[in-house]
Design a protein around this ligand. Structure first.
Ligand SMILES: Cc1ncc(COP(=O)(O)O)c(C=O)c1O
Length: 372
């Protein structure tokens, strides 16, 4: 055995790496394709918020300086925008980072963590790295979080419960009533991590979708949101969590002082002001969703109705094969094998042109399969 191997922590050696959506350049290079469209990572198809781009340009001359370690201006802007107190906010290098901070702060080896199965993969990766005792609670038949079963799974050992609302990859959401029932009489030594990375999409479309900020005093709740989706800033990495002042101060102990870079802070501030861009994005996604639903209906394909900017589609055959065939035609989606859905792909809603290219390619790769 190589000496370095002895240094690796055995318990985490077999954690599978996170599989991200394939980058456009990689596919172009590997397959020699000129036109490649990426509908794989639930990004904003309209590009970044123009106001954010202007703020980045303006701040480029300042990048010889460290960013504001307190993230004060961005936190003040978030506080005003969503009507919470600045002391209740923690910012992260993407909302992903808040998941990791919470895990580091609250979960010791062998502590209980309850996670849905399947859901956003980072929860399990973080919990495994913490050597937590993980309980996986299957989604319901219609691919919704089973909050009743998750509540039943709580024991004295449970320290943290993750709820992605809406969920990724299913795209489904838990309702106000379901969340309220779940939070009622919950033991007070548990952190409920409510991940609202797609909040703006769900909030726009569904009246019974709960706003996590309304429940901050009902439990030890950490509610997180992202600048990667509606605001189009995935490449910059910025997100935030809202929770009690006490929890913020504790999470802050685990945070690197300069975790949100200078351009990300400036861009996120400006993006919060870009109401027009948000409106345009919501309109594009709503229209795109309807177009994709109608097309799948006509093709006779089943899909999961979504509260987000992506959806799962049943391609009735090995999804890895369909994924490969689509890539050869310059369309990157996600195959859902790693999540346990062998026949599903997940596609992000793109611009109308991208959606049409995807559908055209899908028809061809499915037809090819039926013919062969
Ligand atoms: C459910 C969920 N939570 C969190 C994230 C992470 O977002 P961010 O880019 O803010 O780290 C994602 C990204 O895809 C997600 O789907």
């Amino acid at each position: 055995m190589n000496k370095i191997d002895k240094l690796f922590r055995k318990e985490i050696e077999d954690i599978p790496p996170y599989i991200s959506g394939k980058p456009i350049e990689e596919v172009q290079r590997a397959l020699g394709l000129k036109r490649v469209i990426k509908l794989a990572s639930n990004e904003n198809p309209l590009g970044p918020s123009p106001k954010a781009v202007a703020a980045i340009k303006k701040n480029l001359k300042n990048i010889n300086r460290y960013p504001d370690a307190a993230v004060w201006r961005l936190k003040a802007k978030i506080a005003k925008t969503i009507n919470v107190n600045i002391d209740n906010i923690i910012c992260g290098n993407g909302s992903d980072e808040v998941i990791i901070l919470a895990m580091k702060a609250f979960v010791n080896k062998a502590d209980g963590v309850i996670i849905a199965k399947p859901t956003f993969l980072i929860y399990q990766m973080a919990a495994r790295a913490a050597e937590a005792d993980i309980k996986l609670i299957p989604l319901t038949k219609d691919l919704k979080y089973d909050l009743k079963a998750m509540k039943k799974a709580i024991t004295d050992k449970t320290r943290m419960i993750f709820i992605a609302n809406p969920d990724n990859p299913a795209g489904t959401y838990v309702t106000k009533k379901e969340l309220e029932e779940f939070l009622e009489d919950l033991p007070n030594d548990i952190i409920v991590y409510l991940d609202e990375a797609y909040f703006e999409f769900a909030n726009h479309s569904f009246k019974d979708y709960p706003n996590g900020m309304d429940y901050l005093d009902k439990a030890n709740l950490i509610v997180t949101r992202s600048f990667s989706k509606i605001y189009g800033l995935a490449g910059l990495r910025a997100g935030y969590g809202v929770t009690s002042k006490r929890i913020v101060s504790y999470l802050d102990k685990f945070r690197e002082p300069f975790n949100v870079n200078l351009l990300a802070q400036a861009a996120a501030c400006a993006a919060l002001d870009d109401k027009e861009f948000v409106k345009k994005t919501l309109k594009t996604v709503e229209k795109g969703k309807r177009f994709l639903y109608d097309s799948f209906d006509r093709m006779g394909l089943k899909y999961v109705k979504t509260a987000t900017n992506f959806m799962m589609v049943d391609v009735e055959t090995d999804c890895a094969e369909i994924f490969e065939r689509l890539i050869r035609r310059g369309v990157i989606v996600r195959d859902m094998k790693a999540w346990g859905f062998g026949n599903f792909i997940r596609v992000t809603v793109g611009t109308h042109e991208e959606n049409a290219i995807f559908l055209d390619a899908l028809k061809k790769v499915l037809t090819r399969k039926f013919q062969s």
